[in-house]
Design a binder for this molecule. Structure first.
Ligand SMILES: [Mn+2]
Length: 346
């Protein structure tokens, strides 16, 4: 692997237009950190836009200052976002068109053979996407890179979680989200954004534990899934953490409790809607409440300060609006996850 050459690169200068993510003149071949963009939103049910997330984050990332007060110089190993794979764009467009009438029908499609055929096709396209993301993740992992997925909706990292869990059996997922994402085939879609953690927990046995933070919107079946998991799923509901906070319990101690529930190796799955919606006003399914930016950053840092290792991550459901705000926040969360993940490898 060619190494990113810092010679001649000025980390204090403004980013140039034609540079890569975070303004780095770094190719994927040279990068220690490889980001896989997945512009995909086939099953988003409320408000579209997250397929434009990776491009918006790439653009907004150029204004993130490269020095990080907590983690130092995350850029020094090189960070690159590969180009989106062309067929994923094609599959997304086809799948989205097929999914729309199914979403309109709320998934109630029995006796409508046309829609049943469309659903089967959408599920097949989801499998193809998962296979692609898994194969690409495996390829970069085998080369010693840290891999992160940038969605797209929350269904996008499934293949990456498969690959990273296979390389790190027994890992835990720290899942920051407004939603539990434990629905089985939401609206009939096997690979729904609302089903990612159901699919992970039922299909990826190498994941030992799921620790959820920020959760404030879920259905009864999801509560039953959490209760029936015998501790494999640990959920820190947003109202509970807020109530403890109002009663005087500090966030640092709460972060320690959350992190204690995780094994030694940790994958972070970060749905931007886990944050307060003022930080992600254009995301697909915003919910009042959630973490503020500093709380999220502290939680990520606590994972590493506890001695645990971050072995992979994703950021999803970032949707650009009329300005750069959502993507600006997303780019900064991304840089923090990269910084702490690299710090945990040292
Ligand atoms: Mn989610």
């Amino acid at each position: 692997m060619a190494r990113f050459d810092l010679e001649g690169f000025d980390p204090n200068a403004a980013a140039l237009e034609d540079t890569g993510i975070f303004g780095l003149p770094c190719s994927a071949e040279e990068a220690g950190v490889v980001l896989l963009p997945v512009p995909w939103e086939v099953t988003t049910s409320y408000r579209p836009g997250t397929a434009r997330g990776p491009a918006a984050i790439l653009e907004a990332s150029r204004q993130v200052d490269l020095y990080d007060v907590e983690t130092g110089r995350p850029y020094r190993l090189g960070i690159a976002m590969v180009d989106p794979w062309p067929d994923v764009r094609v599959w997304n467009a086809e799948g989205r068109a097929l999914a729309e009438p199914i979403i309109e029908a709320g998934g109630a499609i029995e006796g409508r053979p046309e829609l049943e055929a469309a659903l089967a096709r959408v599920n097949l396209l989801g499998e193809r996407l998962n296979e692609r993301v898994r194969a690409e993740t495996e390829r970069w992992l085998a080369d010693g890179r840290l891999v992160g997925v940038v969605g797209g909706d929350h269904s996008t990292p499934f293949g990456a979680i498969q690959a990273i869990a296979a390389a790190h059996p027994g890992l835990g997922i720290l899942h920051i989200d407004a939603h539990a994402d434990l629905r089985e085939a939401y609206e009939g879609f096997t690979w729904s954004h609302a089903s990612i953690m159901h699919n992970v927990m039922t299909r990826v046995p190498d994941v030992a534990r799921l620790v959820q933070v920020g959760i404030r919107d879920l259905c009864e079946a999801e509560v039953d899934a959490i209760k029936g998991s015998r501790g494999r799923i640990v959920t820190f509901y947003d109202t509970e953490t807020k109530t403890r906070g109002f009663a005087g319990q500090g966030w640092a101690g709460q972060c320690e409790r959350m992190v204690e529930a995780l094994p030694e190796e940790v994958y972070i799955s970060f749905d931007i809607d886990g944050l307060d919606p003022t930080l992600c006003p254009n995301t697909g399914t915003p919910v009042p409440g959630g973490l503020d930016y500093a709380q999220a950053v502290m939680l990520i840092g606590t994972v590493v300060r506890s001695g645990r290792r971050i072995v992979g991550f994703d950021l999803n459901e970032v949707a650009p609006g009329d300005d750069e705000w959502d993507a600006n926040v997303g780019a900064r969360i991304l840089y923090k996850m990269i910084g702490w993940a690299l710090a945990s490898r040292e």
